[in-house]
Design a protein around this ligand. Structure first.
Ligand code: ADP
Ligand code: ZN
Length: 216
């Protein structure tokens, strides 16, 4: 299955895509994770991306389109893939269509803005594997330590309150129109994001099973 996961920042895209990836044994790629890795390494790409990310704006389309084109042309994606955080604008979605990549479903995880703001203030990220936690809703077993790789957790620079508001604005203005774009193509499925990770996963699995049955 070739899947796109979308949703507001902090809606749980990364968390759900990691779960689906593990369950179905298909790779998940997050443009946000790739960009953060580039920032950490201080590559040219990272230097370009950092100022946009820190202010809650989108990195220019041509930059992320290039990253995704390279990724999708690698052998890793032969049995399917999950795109987390791409496309994030109509031009990105059009570029993906021009690449001739088949998409089976676009899953949108719906969460109200007030909830997003509350969630972001408690979000913690693993400095090594990128796993995402929440101090209340999805706490690690030991405070500030990653369950899977034992590395230290940190607060993402762009999770600062003002930046979260800017990211929500970017989401509603630039990314949300993709729901219409994909609904017109009969690909959009929506799930209400739940308080508990596993409750959202249950809903996600239900709609995706519907999609894979339709395909057969
Ligand atoms: P979230 O969805 O929680 O905002 P991500 O990790 O997906 O977090 O993205 C973090 C930041 O990386 C975004 O605010 C944006 O600056 C940049 N980014 C990620 N994916 C894209 C994309 N497809 N196009 C442009 N910018 C992107
Ligand atoms: Zn980790």
């Amino acid at each position: 299955m070739n899947l796109i996961i979308m949703g507001a920042p902090g809606a749980g895209k990364g968390t759900q895509s990691a779960i689906i990836s593990e369950k179905w044994q298909i790779p998940a790629v997050s443009t946000g994770d790739m960009l953060r890795a580039a920032v950490k390494e201080g590559t040219e790409l990272g230097v370009t991306a950092k100022s946009y990310m820190d202010s809650g704006k989108l990195v220019p389309d041509e930059v992320v389109i290039g990253i995704i084109r390279d990724y999708l042309s690698s052998d890793k994606c032969n049995n399917g893939f999950i795109l987390d955080g791409f496309p994030r604008s109509i031009p990105q979605a059009e570029a993906l269509e021009r690449m001739g990549v088949r998409i089976d479903a676009v899953l949108s995880i719906e969460v109200a803005d007030e909830k997003i703001i509350e969630r972001m203030s408690g979000r913690r990220i693993c400095s090594s594997c990128g796993a995402s936690y929440h101090v209340v809703y999805n706490p690690p077993k030991t405070a500030d330590v990653c369950d899977t790789c034992s590395s230290a957790l940190y607060v993402r620079a762009d999770d600062a309150a003002e930046t979260v508001l800017q990211r929500l604005q970017t989401y509603h203005g630039t990314t949300e129109p993709l729901k219409d774009f994909y609904a017109k193509r009969g690909l959009l499925v929506c799930v209400e994001g739940q308080e508990k990770v596993e409750d959202t996963t249950a809903l996600v699995m239900k709609v995706l099973e519907g999609v894979s049955k339709k395909e057969k």
